[in-house]
Design a protein around this ligand. Structure first.
Ligand code: P6P
Length: 335
């Protein structure tokens, strides 16, 4: 049988779910933009795209050339299609207004154009994370500027989410609310081809992901839980655990979707005003939607991440996601 490309999947599989044509179009446009980003990323030093811009984003983080380039690729790919009411990105302080010469549509696209970019100069996997929301009717207007309030919806309102991972393979992992599917980029075809039909997170695991160098800054429940993981079979958990930390959320989450695990980026005492490093709208929410759709769990230690009512585009949140048994355990320690 000929390979099932993303386009064919979106037509055949979503026909039964009555997925709107504009949403199918949106996913195809984002996938095409991710192919263009993959092309730039893989050039590395040969493409003159490594290194920093000498600027900072709204997070106060140094912007890599590829951060800015990836952001521009996604904006340019999406602004003309008539499927979006607006866009928001880690790399832009404010929402992106669709230029007046183009029609607007009913969807909002939120993204981290190149996550893990601190790894890009050392040739470690990085990725693009995206989340799709519907624009609430009261904010839909062909003439007025989009009010940023339109984006501030809990993660349960997402209609789609996914990531591209630029690693040994370039893959697109996606949910439209009916499970999680994975596509691998066939560079000869130039298409994403369906390779993972029904991704499931194992309910249990013996592998955890956390940046241990922050241990002295964690809250007590996290210190207790990680101590138990490290104590292994001689402790209350009764088994030994392995640790991985790639420092690219997309790569760590992809590993967990593939073989299980728990990913943690806790809040820490250094900056009480920042309840964690990761951003709710374009990192935690899309990844939580994927993880839950694959049978896993995702909390901020105290509540389900998808239930959090955002108060700002760049709001940060603590993240505990992955195999349900472990996420429920560490969340229970916070109660
Ligand atoms: P640390 C990358 O900068 C990122 O936002 C996530 O992709 C990753 O999980 C995390 O930060 C790594 O943070 O503090 O370990 O460098």
């Amino acid at each position: 049988m000929s390979p099932v490309t993303l386009s064919r999947y979106l037509i055949e599989q979503t026909r039964s779910n009555n997925t709107p044509a504009d949403l199918r179009f949106l996913i195809e446009v984002v996938a095409r933009a991710c192919k263009a980003i993959a092309h730039q990323v893989q050039k590395g030093a040969l493409g003159g795209v490594l290194g920093s811009m000498g600027t900072e984003n709204v997070q106060g983080e140094v912007q890599k050339k590829l951060d800015v380039l990836s952001n521009e690729i996604l904006l340019e790919a999406n602004e003309w299609g008539g499927h979006l009411a607006g866009m928001a990105s880690e790399e832009m302080d404010n929402a992106y207004q669709i230029p007046g010469k183009y029609p607007k549509g009913a969807y909002l696209l939120v993204f981290d154009p190149l996550d893990g970019s601190s790894n890009i100069d050392v040739n470690v996997s990085v990725g693009t994370i995206f989340s799709v929301l519907r624009c609430p009717d009261q904010y839909l207007s062909q003439n007025d500027a989009l009010n940023e309030q339109a984006f501030l919806q809990p993660g349960t309102q997402q209609v789609a989410a996914g990531y591209a991972i630029y690693g040994p393979q370039t893959m697109l992992v996606l949910t439209l609310g009916n499970g999680v599917i994975g596509f691998t980029l066939d560079r000869e075809l130039g298409s994403f081809v369906l390779t993972h039909e029904d991704i499931q997170v194992p309910q249990t695991t013996a592998e955890f992901a956390i940046n241990m160098s922050n241990q002295r800054h964690w809250e007590e429940p996290v210190k207790r839980y990680v101590d138990e993981l490290l104590t292994g079979q001689d402790g209350p958990l009764g088994k030994n655990y392995n640790m991985r930390w790639i420092a690219s959320m997309v790569a760590d989450v992809h590993r967990i979707l593939t073989r299980g695990g728990i990913f943690m980026y806790p809040r820490d005492a250094r900056e009480p005003s920042k309840p964690g490093k990761l951003r709710l709208m374009y990192e935690a929410n899309p990844m939580s939607f994927l993880i839950e759709q694959a049978g896993g769990a995702s909390t901020d230690g105290r509540q389900r991440i998808l239930d959090i009512q955002p108060e700002g585009l760049h709001q940060r949140v603590a993240v505990f996601l992955g195999s349900k048994e472990e996420v429920e355990r560490v969340t229970g320690y916070h109660q």
